[in-house]
Design a protein around this ligand. Structure first.
Ligand code: HXC
Length: 492
């Protein structure tokens, strides 16, 4: 089989007519280990004659496919070329991608796709749509079995965005990459909205409002580096163990404010607990009231889920619940222990949240934690109230260990709200008793020792002992019996 030449600019497997310079195989070269790419189907071409297509038969049909290694581990890879029929997906193009997914199924390896495609090839009609169906079905059958990564480098439309949506991680280039189901021209014709490519589907919108993009890269090199980095936390498949890296000491652990209403950035705590430089935050600017990401504890990969008091006071809302849920399921699918850092006042109240379905959407995060069979450790940093306490990997939901920092409060709700309910009549008679009743509620219902007395918390630990406690707990859980294939990673 032909091999990509790893010296940039001297590539033998690509039809020069259709792939003269960038983008092209240099992208694949930079993604995979030098000299490891083996191409599948380099000579494939479509056989369509309608619409003058017989004159446009690029070698490879607009997609380079094959196997390679990343950091020494085997992977399946493909890259679409927008200069060959717009990177559009016809029957042969689809069959080539399907072959990569079949290869990944047989040999149990991750798949990384570099995407740049106008979607279903219009000239091929339903054959192109069926081609997408074949890919989607394989994406779903591989979900939770092998990691699937999508690196979006150009304008991707229609089916070209639904396949990434089925994969585990979507990386988008900050400029030049767009994702939409229907492009600006169709939008203008149907809804009379005048929108630019960026407004409709740029990295800006997908990293903030839609949450489609997990990571935003500055350029192509950065994007492929991110893909390699993501793979460094994940096993080749759910039947393998996650890769272990050399351990590193954490950064300085900051002191967090004692007053519950004072905000701070929980990422300081993450950096102060995890191996230095190991935290790879995902969906950073989307639903920023919850922080998720891969990290390492003494070299071993974990998934971190942390409430972010800086945004919406760290409340859980619809977007945060869905973001957290899919990440918990991703970690569980691939055997990464979960570390929850909890500082949560509750679910975000309000008409918008209720009408938007916080009941069924909040339930997704609850479901994900309850279902997870990987080792699960929780540290309550300052407070955990109400349903959000339960949802955030509580003991009752199946956490293997729950710790709290001194002074952390666990209760059905904060004191202000609670006294209005349980002392309503007393307050109506004499509003000046509010201070006294607040103090009474805090003493009787929120005393920091109560959760540990009734085993909702296993131990109260000093903040400086957090890392060592988490590491020792994960050590003790190393032989936890978990099923190898656990579940898929259904899009949320
Ligand atoms: C056939 C296509 C194509 C397509 C682009 N091309 N998309 N050919 N089928 N889907 C061709 C163009 O005709 C052009 O050919 C070349 O690729 C480059 O396209 P441009 O428009 O010049 O490029 P650009 O300006 O960069 O715009 C890129 C684009 C735009 C935004 C992606 O091409 C576009 O809007 N395409 C249609 C997108 C779309 O609606 N796809 C949905 C398909 S339906 P020449 O010969 O002129 O160079 C679908 C259904 C699946 O995917 C649903 C599954 C759930």
């Amino acid at each position: 089989m032909p091999t990509l030449n790893n010296q940039r600019g001297r590539v033998r497997t690509i039809d020069d007519r259709t792939r003269p310079s960038q983008p092209g195989p240099a992208r694949l070269e930079s993604l995979v280990d030098p000299g490891t790419f083996r191409e599948f189907g380099s000579q494939a071409r479509h056989r369509v004659n309608s619409f003058g297509m017989a004159a446009k038969r690029p070698k490879g049909d607009g997609v380079i496919t094959g196997s390679a290694r990343i950091d020494g581990r085997p992977v399946g890879v493909f890259e679409q070329d927008p200069r060959a029929l717009g990177g559009s997906l016809g029957e042969v193009h689809a069959a080539k991608i399907a072959a990569v997914l079949d290869h990944a199924t047989r040999v149990r390896v991750p798949v990384v796709g570099l995407l740049d495609s106008g979607g279903a090839r219009i000239q091929e009609g339903v054959a192109a749509l069926d081609g997408y169906g074949e890919i989607f079905r394989r994406n779903v059958m591989l979900s939770g079995r092998v990691p699937q990564l999508s690196v979006v480098l150009g304008a991707c439309a229609g089916g070209a965005v639904y396949s990434p949506a089925l994969t585990d991680i979507v990386i988008m280039r900050r400029t030049g990459a767009h994702m939409f189901v229907t492009g600006p021209k169709v939008v203008r014709a149907v809804t009379f909205e005048d929108v630019t490519l960026s407004d409709l589907g740029g990295a800006g919108i997908h990293s903030t409002a839609s949450g489609v993009a997990h990571l935003v890269a500055e350029d192509t090199d950065d994007a492929v580096d991110m893909a390699r980095s993501v793979l460094s936390y994940l096993p080749s498949s759910c039947w393998d163990d996650p890769p272990v890296a050399p351990p590193a000491d954490p950064e300085h652990l900051p002191t967090i404010p004692g007053d519950h209403r004072t905000a701070y950035d929980v990422r300081g705590v993450v950096h102060g607990v995890m191996d230095a430089g190991s935290f790879l935050e995902l969906q950073e600017a989307f639903a920023a009231n919850i922080v998720i990401g891969f990290a390492r504890v003494e070299g071993r990969p974990v998934g971190v889920v942390a409430n972010q008091p800086r945004i919406l006071a760290g409340c859980l809302d619809i977007a945060a619940s869905e973001k957290g849920a899919r990440f918990v399921r991703l970690c569980d699918a691939f055997g990464l222990p979960l570390v929850a850092l909890v500082d949560v006042p509750g679910f975000l109240p309000g008409l918008g949240q209720e009408a938007g379905g916080i009941i069924r959407k909040g339930a997704k995060l609850l479901y994900a934690f309850a279902e997870a069979s990987v080792p699960r450790v929780t540290v309550v940093l300052r407070k955990a109230f109400g349903g959000a306490y339960i949802v955030m990997n509580s003991k009752s939901l199946g956490a293997d260990a729950v710790y709290s920092w001194p002074g952390a409060e666990l209760a059905v709700m904060g004191a202000e709200g609670a006294v209005d309910v349980i002392f309503r009549r007393d307050l109506e008679k004499d509003p000046s008793r509010r201070g006294e009743l607040l103090a009474r509620y805090r003493a009787e219902a929120m005393a920091p020792n109560l959760p540990a007395e009734r085993l909702s918390v296993d131990e109260v630990i000093a903040p400086d002992d957090t890392r060592a406690t988490i590491a020792a707990t994960l050590d003790s859980l190393e032989r936890k019996a978990i099923p190898r294939f656990r579940h898929d990673n259904l899009p949320q």
